[in-house]
Design a protein around this ligand. Structure first.
Ligand code: PEP
Ligand code: MN
Length: 306
């Protein structure tokens, strides 16, 4: 394999990538949650507020959508980017969104903390080269039918053109079975963790295509060594404009992230809050108190602010 830059030089080599204040590839897992598509400011506000209840390090939401049909909603574009950067600034949380073409890169770099390259663009080599010219982290999703070698070589394009900040994402590959939308290839996650020093995260939502399969696949991904997860969730999952069948409710997303804790610990990882977001909880005397999470050696601690 000719992946000179993406390959590990020794088994222990790893690259930790900073996305806003959060990190991916070290001991702490990176959990990314949010809707398939940004639909409105109110929707993203609700997502940001609710996901504060769990260890979610970044939010997602597509504004340029690769839809199978040209007649399907194509995303909010620049208006959606503004919603994302407003959420980022007010909630102090990094945001991730897809970039589909070279012309979109500047605007997405300005408004987001990580650029997602969707499956359908994994081998869009001109786009990969252009992403090498910025320093914003890139979340590179595996192509629908890409081999592990092709996937690594796509990452190599970005590294070779000058951007060292690449996170790889296994999101299921096409196969003969139509029960699940794709086949989640956890074997590829294990292989990639041996082959490359880059972080590898898993998207169980697009792999499964069915919400009832997502939590168990997410837990399996962490158990086999993934550095994080990207999961679709929505305030009203059935009403999602895209990928409704696989969207979790916001509370199911929070419950899932909390359920990862013992699995993370069993494989020497942690799933903790790494941000400085503040929010209100109701205490035992029924009073609202302002709190934030604090990073500690043993995990994260809720700190009372008022
Ligand atoms: C998405 O994340 O909404 C998406 C379109 O993903 P993929 O490129 O993996 O299909
Ligand atoms: Mn989607």
């Amino acid at each position: 394999m000719d992946a000179k830059l993406a390959s590990k030089k020794d088994a222990a080599e790893k690259t930790i990538i900073k996305v806003g204040d959060a990190e991916c590839g070290g001991r702490d897992l990176m959990i990314i949650g949010g809707p398939c598509t940004v639909e409105s400011a109110e929707q993203m506000e609700e997502v940001a507020n609710h996901l504060k209840r769990g260890p979610v390090q970044a939010l997602r939401g597509g504004v340029y959508k690769p839809r199978t049909s040209p007649y399907a909603f194509q995303g909010m574009g620049l208006d959606g980017l503004k919603i994302l950067s407003d959420i980022r600034d007010r909630h102090q949380v990094p945001v991730v969104t897809e970039v589909m073409s070279i012309e979109q890169i500047d605007a997405v770099v300005e408004h987001a903390d990580m650029l997602q390259i969707g499956s359908r663009n994994m081998q869009n080599f001109e786009l990969l080269k252009a992403l090498g010219k910025v320093q914003t982290p890139v979340l590179l999703k595996r192509g629908l039918c890409a081999t592990i070698e092709e996937f690594l070589m796509a990452a190599e394009y970005i590294l070779a053109c000058g951007n060292p900040n690449v996170i790889m994402c296994e999101r299921g590959i096409r196969s003969f079975d139509t029960y699940t939308r794709n086949v989640l290839d956890l074997g590829a996650v294990v292989a990639l963790k041996q082959l490359t020093h880059l972080p590898v995260i898993v998207d169980p939502s697009h792999a499964a295509g069915k919400r009832e399969l997502v939590a168990d696949l997410a837990r399996a991904a962490i158990a086999c060594g993934a550095d994080g997860l990207i999961i679709e969730c929505h305030p009203e999952p059935e009403k999602s404009v895209s990928d409704a069948r696989q969207a979790l409710s916001l509370q199911d997303m929070v419950d899932l992230t909390i359920s990862l804790q013992p699995i993370a610990e069993a494989v020497g990882r942690r799933v903790i809050r790494t941000d400085k977001r503040q929010f209100s909880i109701v205490n035992s005397s029924n009073k609202h108190v302002k709190v934030s999470f604090e990073k500690q050696k043993s995990g994260s601690l809720l700190r009372r602010l008022s």
